[in-house]
Write a protein that binds this ligand. Structure first.
Ligand SMILES: Nc1ncnc2c1ncn2[C@@H]1O[C@H](COP(=O)(O)OP(=O)(O)OP(=O)(O)O)[C@@H](O)[C@H]1O
Ligand SMILES: [Mg+2]
Length: 356
């Protein structure tokens, strides 16, 4: 730990590796900012210090397969080149037959889904958590879908609660009518409302138990991934506020795709982008001074395949040092002369414009 005195927390994810009690790590943020890349790397790093790690993608547009360059399914598969890192891709858009197993059940679920939007998703999420809980992984990393979706995922316990209340109400109001109807349609009791109710009840238990774990900062944390741009800053703030509302711990932010001024680029576009990024970087540091903020450079190439992921992972533990800030006197002299030249050019340009 840093020794106070207004010092910023360390700018790496080392704290996540050191927190041995951690069981659930959510990684989320806006679309395309690098959630899959960062969650994959986190899982690789965790696999070095934990007996077993599972990474789960809950994004319907699965991209763990792209990141690791290996096909994954809805059951955990060992990642090539590892002995203790598993990956799975689950579809949050539920397949009803997996819940009920019969047509009649399907229609009841559809009915319920119409009454309580999101209940089907909540149920499949509960099923998945139930499964994962029995599998005994040391830590589970979630590569979540873009923000809106993630927040819905965290609301599932209350969605289920509502579903259950609604079912109870229906049951009380219509008495045995539903049961009669299910009989009428030739369904046995095991597919009737009681079965569904029982199922919901069971899921609620799992969800409640998991929800308790999600709210325990010893067990769960949420890593926000973003880029230094207005929309992403805005969305991160919204995410952090929602997480606080749901009492879910978050104290790591990864700012991806940062441009570092290391090649003394002459590109005006690049310079302008860097200036813009700096403005938002400053705001991130100001707003989240108690967070571990990890800055990652924008690379010239994509980060795919275990080798690239591993190569990039170093920067999660040791802050990136751009060439220029590593530089010596010569380097600085060179930079100053470049800046002088740019200033001179700008002044000439201004003079030219003033003259009309
Ligand atoms: N720092 C970086 N430098 C260069 N390329 C990067 C960097 N981080 C991520 N990428 C690449 O950008 C693309 C998007 O990254 P990634 O898939 O991790 O984002 P995502 O947030 O999961 O996107 P989605 O919201 O679509 O799931 C990928 O091709 C990835 O290899
Ligand atoms: Mg992704």
């Amino acid at each position: 730990m840093s020794g106070g005195g207004g010092e910023l927390p360390e700018g790496t994810v080392a704290n996540l590796l050191e927190q041995e009690t951690l069981k659930w790590v959510f990684v989320g943020g806006k679309g395309g900012v690098g959630k899959t890349t960062c969650s994959s790397i986190l899982s690789i790093l965790l696999a070095r210090v934990r007996p077993s790690v599972l990474i789960i993608s809950t994004d319907p547009a699965h991209n763990l397969s792209d990141a690791f360059q290996q096909r994954f399914t809805k059951s955990p598969t060992l990642v090539n080149g590892f002995t203790n890192l598993y990956a799975m891709e689950v579809d949050p858009n539920v397949e009803h037959e997996e819940i009920g197993g019969a047509e009649g059940m399907d229609s009841l679920v559809t009915e319920l889904t119409n009454a309580i939007p999101g209940i089907d998703e909540a149920m499949s999420f509960a099923e998945m958590l139930k499964l994962v809980q029995t599998m005994d992984y040391s830590v589970i990393v979630f590569d979540t879908a873009p923000t809106g979706h993630t927040l819905r995922l965290l609301q599932f316990p209350s969605t289920l609660e509502k579903g259950l209340t609604k079912m109870m109400m229906l049951k009380n109001r219509f008495g045995g009518m539903l049961t009669q109807m299910t009989r009428l349609f030739g369904m046995g009791d095991e597919f009737g409302e009681d079965a569904l109710l029982g199922k919901l009840e069971g899921m609620k238990e799992v969800i409640e138990q998991v929800n308790k774990q999600f709210k325990d900062p010893d067990l769960t944390t949420f890593v926000c991934v973003c880029i230094p741009e207005f929309l992403s800053l805005y969305e991160t703030e919204r995410l952090v506020q929602e997480l606080t509302k749901f009492e879910i711990d978050t104290h790591n932010i990864i700012i991806n795709q940062v441009l570092f001024d290391e090649e003394d680029s002459e590109s005006k576009l690049l310079k302008a982008r860097m200036k813009m990024q700096q403005k938002y970087l400053d705001q991130f540091y100001m707003l989240y001074d108690d967070f571990h903020i990890t800055k990652l450079p924008l690379l010239p190439e994509e980060v795919t395949g275990v080798d690239s992921l591993k190569a990039f992972s170093g920067l999660f533990l040791k802050p990136y040092q751009p060439l220029t800030s590593r530089g010596n006197v010569e380097e600085l002299v060179r930079r100053i002369s470049t800046l002088r030249k740019q200033l001179k050019d700008a002044e000439d340009e201004l003079e030219r414009l003033n003259k009309g």
